[in-house]
Ligand binder design. Structure first.
Ligand SMILES: [Fe+2]
Length: 313
């Protein structure tokens, strides 16, 4: 017999000067002590670097159901002097999002950290609509449409974040393209020092998977020009379970994280592919002094990649 061990707390973030309101639900496993978001200053002090983490495909090895690797990785990621103000999950958070046991194991592995730090999640192909939406609430600014909540944006620190649902981007729906255009052309996006886009499937695949290649071609045709036009600085993705950095001729640098227990696919040579790593990893991004520093680490804290996006002229 399964027990629903999840309770929910709502955390609302208001940013003065912007109409954007970010509402997040944090999920608390009741067998753990958690304070929730009440009273937590989620907007980082302006005189300190703004740090956020990106993890993706945190799903367990499906053969073992073991989330301890993800838990250790997250603990290491948070064991740093500069605490992140935000954790972004790039989709495929669990293997079967309809399975309460999986979510229980995921939240147990995460400990209390996901109650203390705001989480923004993108939908993956293992994260189907209603189940994922029940774990992490979506910002109330999400558009009214059948896929409500899977495209949303918010502002934190000096960054404008745009989260997209790549499960349906392969269809290149006009309303999704228009939504992205409206978001990236908004005053909030224009005012931000940096713009970060997040989705699950890669725009620039690094493994030879026909479905991914077909989807990426459509996404590049219909969505990438908007990234270029409105100056998106960084694209964060997952799905192929390979840490990788791609620097295409057009558009932002793409970083793919792989933070769980699934076996990596094999990368193939691509003209845009700069570096790959196959160990589970997390990505830390630091905005400070006009620079956007991106670094990826393995479970031992070893740096597997590091680069800086310089200040724009
Ligand atoms: Fe995936």
């Amino acid at each position: 017999m399964r027990h629903n061990v999840l309770s929910v707390k709502r955390c609302i973030i208001l940013k003065t000067g912007f109409i954007h309101v970010l509402a997040l639900l944090t999920i608390t496993a009741i067998s753990f002590t958690a304070s929730g978001c009440e009273g937590v200053a989620v907007q980082p002090p302006e005189d300190q670097p703004f740090v956020f983490l990106f993890m993706s495909d945190t799903q367990a090895d499906p053969q073992t159901g073991d989330y301890s690797g993800f838990g250790s990785l997250l603990a290491n990621a948070l064991n740093d002097a500069e605490k992140p103000s935000l954790i972004i999950l790039g989709g495929d958070t669990v293997n079967d999002d309809a399975d309460e046991d999986e979510w229980r194991d995921f939240f147990r592995a995460a400990g209390s950290s996901l109650d203390e730090i705001p989480v923004a999640a993108a939908a993956g192909n293992h994260d189907s609509s209603k189940h994922l939406a029940g774990r992490f609430d979506w910002p109330i600014s999400a558009p009214e449409k059948p896929y409500q909540g899977y495209f949303y944006s918010f502002d934190m620190g000096v960054v404008h974040f745009t989260v997209m649902d790549s499960n349906i981007m392969g269809a290149a729906n006009d309303e999704d393209i228009e939504w992205l255009k409206e978001d990236l052309s908004s005053d909030a996006a224009a005012a931000a020092e940096w713009r970060v886009a997040i989705c699950h499937h890669p725009f620039w695949p690094v493994a030879e998977i026909p479905k991914d290649i077909n989807r990426s071609q459509t996404m590049r045709e219909h969505f990438l020009p908007l990234f270029t036009e409105y100056g998106v600085d960084l694209l964060l993705v997952g799905h192929q379970n390979i840490y990788s950095r791609c620097e295409p001729e057009e558009g932002p640098v793409q970083v793919m994280a792989a933070s769980g227990g699934k076996v990596s696919y094999t990368p193939v040579e691509r003209p845009y592919l700069i570096i790959t790593a196959d160990a589970p990893n997390y990505v830390r991004v630091t905005a400070s002094g006009g620079e956007f520093a991106v670094a990826a680490f393995d479970a031992s804290g070893n740096t597997v990649d590091s680069f800086v996006i310089p200040e724009k002229e």
